[in-house]
Design a protein around this ligand. Structure first.
Ligand code: COS
Length: 381
């Protein structure tokens, strides 16, 4: 039997639709949104209407019912143009929708997943705290069990979609004596009394995305809003992040391939020493290196997605994809600026934004160092 090494008609169609959307709807205004830190509300609404915010959600819950490979292809196309929109899309799809679809009750799915999958509302995933990022078991946010509800207190940090989301998946410690087995994940709604959103962070990159701290002060959350069984919150977060890392790896891939495409175009237009710079070996070698490493990153992303789609363990593959793709994004967006020379250092040519956007892919949803912990634990097991 031969191994099939091609995309399906449907996957190619999804990629084309994402590419068209990115060029028609995201490219105009991307520089201004970055400069002004403007949340792309209108663009996100349209993304939802096209089914890109609940891509892997079952159609019976308002999703598109697509596979993870299609999601990677779409994420790459969106990220090539606007990595801010891509992270909004990634968090909604692979952290929030997937988490609720996988572990939610039927009631939770009808109430929360349906509007999230349709893009009527967006969601946020709230694990990080001022003193718990990589060390995620050290949750200081508490959810005290009061019988029919929990009382939530604490602070979450760096929350993507923090100011725009309506549904928040919040990890909190219920029984500190049980360590990570005492952590729960609660579905918190915007507007619940005692829940406030802190000021927007002024970031280096992905400036169109909306990052906030969140404060919970005696927020009453019904027991019916706990995701999964008592004490499942940490495992919920870890399992959900495995898929989230495929999304961020694809975002990194898209940032790198977007910078590559801008560089390719520029090198065919820009003249130096009497000819287009693509004829200079210094430029050719940079482009050759970029094309090779980006393809390797793409293959790792697709492999992780494919393993997830066929129901196999994808923890190792998603960490490898994220580690590698984020490094490629960082290295080659710097190279893209170099190819553009002085033009690369100004905003109109896009690549300086991509260089700033790339950095976060080595940090969020598990730093590169965390990915190496996951990878080394698995290969040494
Ligand atoms: N799926 C399911 N369960 C998992 C898991 C996974 N991928 N990874 C860990 N667990 C479980 C372990 O099996 C263990 O459970 P048991 O005690 O029942 O065996 C529990 O979780 C704790 O795991 P471990 O002892 O390995 O915890 P550590 O404190 O050593 O931390 C790392 C493990 C570092 C891998 C984890 O804390 C991590 O991923 N941190 C980064 C978090 C992150 O991505 N933060 C970014 C915030 S989102 S932007």
């Amino acid at each position: 039997m031969t191994m099939k090494f091609e995309f399906t008609e449907e996957q190619l169609m999804i990629r084309q639709a994402a590419r068209d959307f990115a060029h028609n709807e995201l490219l105009p205004g991307v520089i201004e949104r970055d400069e002004q830190q403007k949340f792309p509300a209108e663009q996100v609404k349209k993304l939802g209407k096209l089914g890109f915010l609940g891509m892997m959600v079952d159609t019976k819950y308002g999703g598109s019912g697509l596979d993870t490979v299609s999601y990677v292809l779409a994420m790459e196309e969106i990220s090539k143009i606007d990595a801010s929109v891509a992270v909004i899309m990634s968090v909604n799809n692979s952290l929030v929708c997937w988490g609720v679809q996988q572990f939610g009750t039927e009631e939770q799915k009808m109430k929360y997943l349906v509007p999230l999958a349709k893009g009527d509302v967006i969601g946020a995933f709230c694990l990080s705290e001022p003193e718990a990022g990589s060390d995620a078991t050290s949750q200081k946010t508490t959810a005290v069990d009061m019988g029919d509800h929990y009382v939530l207190n604490g602070t979450k940090n760096w929350i993507t979609n923090g100011g725009s989301a309506s549904v928040f998946l919040v990890m909190a410690q219920t029984d500190v004596s049980k360590g990570h087995k005492g952590i729960n994940c609660l579905i918190v709604e915007k507007g619940m009394p005692g829940f406030t959103v802190g000021p927007k962070e002024n970031k280096l990159g992905i400036r169109g995305s909306d990052t906030h701290s969140l404060m919970f002060s005696d927020v009453k959350v019904p027991k019916a809003n706990r995701l999964g069984p008592e004490g499942f919150g940490f495992k919920f977060a870890m399992q959900t992040l495995e898929g989230g890392r495929i999304g961020i790896a694809s975002q990194a891939l898209g940032i790198a391939s977007g910078a590559y495409e801008f560089s390719l175009k520029y090198s065919k237009e820009r003249k130096a020493f009497g000819k287009e710079i693509m004829h200079l070996q210094a430029i050719q070698f940079k482009l050759a290196e970029m094309a090779t490493q980006i393809d390797a990153a793409r293959l790792l992303c697709i492999k992780a997605a494919w393993l997830k789609d066929i129901g196999q363990n994808y923890s190792l593959a998603s960490s490898m994809a994220k580690l590698f793709a984020s490094r490629v994004a960082m290295e080659f967006t710097v190279e893209a600026v170099q190819i553009h020379g002085g033009y690369g250092y100004v905003k109109e040519f896009h690549v300086e934004r991509m260089m700033r956007d790339a950095k976060i892919t080595q940090i969020y949803e598990g730093t590169s160092e965390i990915q190496k912990i996951v990878i080394s634990r698995t290969i040494l097991n």
